[in-house]
Design a protein around this ligand. Sequence first.
Ligand code: LLP
Length: 425
Amino acid sequence: MTHSTLAGAPFVATQNNALYLEGVELAALARTHGTPLFVYSKAAMLSALAAYQRGFAGRNARICYAMKANSSLAVLQVFAQAGCGFDIVSGGELQRVIVAGGDAAKVIFSGVGKTRTEMRQALEAGIACFNVESEAELEVLSEVAQSMGQRAPVSIRVNPNVDAKTHPYISTGLKGNKFGVAHERALQTYQRAASLPGLEVRGIDCHIGSQITESTPYLDAMDRVLDLVQAIEAAGIEIHHIDFGGGLGINYNGDTPPAADALWAQLLAKLDARGYGQRQLMIEPGRSLVGNAGVCLTEVLYLKPGEQKNFCIVDAAMNDLPRPAMYEAFHQIVPLAQRSGEAVTYDVVGPICESGDWLGRDRSLIVQTGDVLAVLSTGAYCMAMASNYNTRGRAAEILVDGDKAHVIRRRESFADQIACEALVR
Ligand code: LLP
């Protein structure tokens, strides 16, 4: 029996010319549930979480899963049962946490555009902290909390002005980004927060970007944040916790981000050296907890040879897997069954009427019509960003746990898609 694992998909293994996720054969799932189909490994998620937990052993730290990466209820349930809190960015996400059995008291609320309704909803639920992103938001939050006879727990998201060296669309810690309060204005903003009757300053927050594959930007940002903590506390405002955001990258295509425990060993050494090692810590990882835990199965519909390009047309598209179209992102694509023969170079594309609808370019594949391909590392920011463009129902989702496969989302029907619409009468 041959047995090997794939880079970028740690829980996918080849056994006797078939691909398995944990104990479940992927081809069998495609036959039973159809394609496109997202399949996630619970063990892969828990193993990614364990790396952070190891990193924080003996520390006062809370891992708040940034659920925007994958907000499917059963995925949230896995992290809630493992004791995680959640980083949310909308009232809808808060409702998902509660439905999935998560604890609102472990929720932190990020985002530049919280509405009054969302603030009220979060205060009613009793969340742990609001990560406030502007002075204007501080004023509104104070007003809302006061009107409810409460004081809202707040951190201010500071923008450390460090380059996370990632795609410009997912870099958030530079001066030109819409996120956070400029480093230079942070102290002033804290003083304002401390003076507002509806607020209680709890912590400081920073998030510099996503798919970060080096430690240096984190270490630089940590220094900048600790400088601020020192200045803010010198001004008499106590900082109870430091929230260091998310952003750690995963292996999509030979990327070599530091392991979560190795990164935190470095960051904790810095915190210790500067005397903040016992401070309460929070983090908001998304992609690094779920990205490599998922694959998307898709069937080859047609092979279309061309003069300049050969196309492999599959039944998944940019509405299911938006990352290539949005960020020119790379996902490995592997056939479920290995065929013999000569490999052909294809652009793997979906059925949507846009040239931007591609999943992989110049991929060398040995495939035939009807074969099923696995698009790897699709556990994060795929289903969560899926749409109904071209009136395509969203894919079904399966959670694999050992040799069990649970349907955690059925395929969206046409009736589901038009449920909110009405004809003019
Ligand atoms: N905290 C905040 C405030 C965030 O804005 C984000 C992500 C995270 C935490 C989680 O970051 P992570 O650990 O997942 O890198 N759709 C893009 C990624 C957008 C990230 C947005 N913010 C993609 O597919 O690459």
